[in-house]
Design a protein around this ligand. Structure first.
Ligand code: DUC
Ligand code: ZN
Ligand code: ZN
Length: 465
């Protein structure tokens, strides 16, 4: 079936043009000057931006963590993502320490298979680097379409890798063309600070942030960059970068021509240590995530927006890892270290970054680049995803710059009993969402279905040299 999207402004990384987009079945067939397309069924996009569907390159559906599990399943989480204009997620499959990597990947396929509303792919978390997992990296790249591996410099005893393990995994990634993604915080030092704070009776949620200081994110980021250099410039992607000094290290590496990339997340662009983590009583638990929210008295948010403009920050992902306040976040009453780490936001990323356009912090082209085109290129999904071009999947969002979105637990679709962005007003709105040619959201009504999302085998990153 053919569908002509008429009257809209098509946004790509190289510019915005008035154009009509012909969708044939699951893919984009052609782009026409306005009014020049064939006489088929039409979808009116007058006054709207026509953008490639959002790609959230960092989600954790159903992640077992902190003694509980992230509250969105692949069903609820991908449906919420669709509502918010995201048509692809890349979730993190997990190899637990001592587990066979391929078994961890199979477990993630079992969770996602038949449950997703939009297309999905996987990165692989390596919970242990040894001869077997290094061999498994080659197999995942060659056969499974998993071409990026996340390591943790934080969470000793859970996901932590030491510098030797990190170096070996980086050397392997350099050889097989894959990407190392890094949670860059010095977890050994953080654990000392956490124990000292608890011993002093500092148990409120804000101490989660205070015991994870910026210096320990900057130090780990710098160390990861140094280890990647030793591994013959292994491609390195810093996840959830939250702070100015970590960004400086990334910028310096990029200025030196290194294969170093980074993402940030909406929570670091909008929320702060004082206003959210420091909310009265136990309320701040809603915003316990790692890396933590940073101080509003420093220049982090200004620097992160600038990093997005300059491409030192390439991507905005969510690190969507929702936990309900009741029973889940409440596990940490009286001990902040027991609060499960994570914020849910997969539904709001497209809107929250668009607010940066409204506020004059990003161009409309850069908005599309950071939420869709660059994630596709970075993680081997381009040009199937991430662009409005003939031959690409017809994952398309009609975005209304004259609409409004009010974020609230009353109206969101994520499986969370609160919203990290309660009451936020966005001067824009997701109007219509197509996933492979099918209208799955229109005017706030859902038309998609569980199980229609397909697993995407990814290629190597377009950015590697
Ligand atoms: N950070 C979080 O906030 N949640 C999940 C894992 C992580 O690194
Ligand atoms: Zn992380
Ligand atoms: Zn994460």
């Amino acid at each position: 079936m053919s569908l002509l999207i008429t009257g809209g402004t098509v946004i790509g990384p190289t510019g915005a043009i008035a154009a009509d987009v012909l969708v044939d079945g699951e893919t984009i067939a052609a782009i026409f000057a306005p009014g020049q397309g064939p006489g088929v069924e039409t979808l009116d996009a007058t006054g709207k931006y026509v953008i490639p569907g959002g790609i959230d390159a960092h989600t954790h559906m159903e992640l077992p963590f902190g003694g509980t599990s992230a509250s969105d399943t692949f069903d609820t989480g991908t449906r919420a993502a669709a509502y918010g204009g995201t048509t692809t997620i890349i979730d993190f499959a997990v190899q637990r320490t001592g587990e066979v990597v391929q078994d961890g990947l199979a477990a993630w396929h079992a969770k996602a298979d038949g449950n997703c509303h939009i297309d999905y792919a996987f990165h692989m978390i390596l919970g242990g680097v040894d001869d077997d997992s290094l061999k498994a990296m080659d197999q995942l790249v060659a056969d499974e379409g998993v071409t990026s591996f996340k390591l943790f410099m934080a969470y000793p005893g859970v996901f932590y890798s030491d510098d030797g393990q990190i170096l070996r995994a980086m050397q392997k990634a350099r050889d097989n063309g894959s990407m190392i993604m890094m949670h860059a915080e010095n977890g050994i030092a953080i654990d000392v600070l956490v124990q000292q704070a608890l011993a002093r009776g500092e148990t409120d949620p804000i101490y989660h942030g205070i015991t994870r200081p910026e210096a320990l994110e900057a130090e780990a980021t710098h160390r990861a960059i140094a280890l990647a250099e030793v591994a013959r410039d292994c491609p390195l992607y810093i996840v959830h970068l939250s702070a100015s000094r970590a960004l400086e290290h990334v910028a310096a590496a990029r200025d030196a021509g290194r294969n170093v990339f980074a993402e940030t997340c909406p929570q670091y662009l909008y929320l702060t240590l004082e206003d959210q983590l420091g909310a009265p009583g136990f309320e701040g638990a809603k915003w316990v995530c790692s890396t933590p929210l940073r101080s509003k008295h420093e220049s982090h948010q200004r620097d992160l927006w600038r990093g997005l403009r300059s491409n030192d920050l390439a991507i905005v992902s969510t690190d969507h890892c929702p936990f309900c306040f009741k029973d889940q976040k409440e596990r940490g009453v009286g001990d902040f270290s027991k609060i499960p780490n994570g914020i849910g936001g997969v539904e709001h990323r497209v809107d929250l970054v668009y607010q940066g356009v409204v506020d004059g912090k990003l161009s409309v082209e850069r908005w599309v680049e950071t939420i869709s085109t660059t994630p596709a290129r970075m993680f081997g999904l381009y040009p199937k995803k991430g662009v409005i071009a003939p031959g690409s999947d017809a994952d398309i969002v009609l975005y209304d710059p004259n609409g409004r979105t009010r974020i609230s637990v009353e109206t969101h679709h994520m499986n969370m009993d609160h919203s990290a962005y309660e009451g936020y007003e966005i001067a824009g709105r997701v109007d219509t969402v197509l996933s492979r040619g099918e209208v799955i959201v229109s005017d706030g009504t859902y038309h998609g279905a569980k199980g229609r999302g397909r697993y995407l085998r990814r290629g190597l990153s377009s950015y590697l040299v």
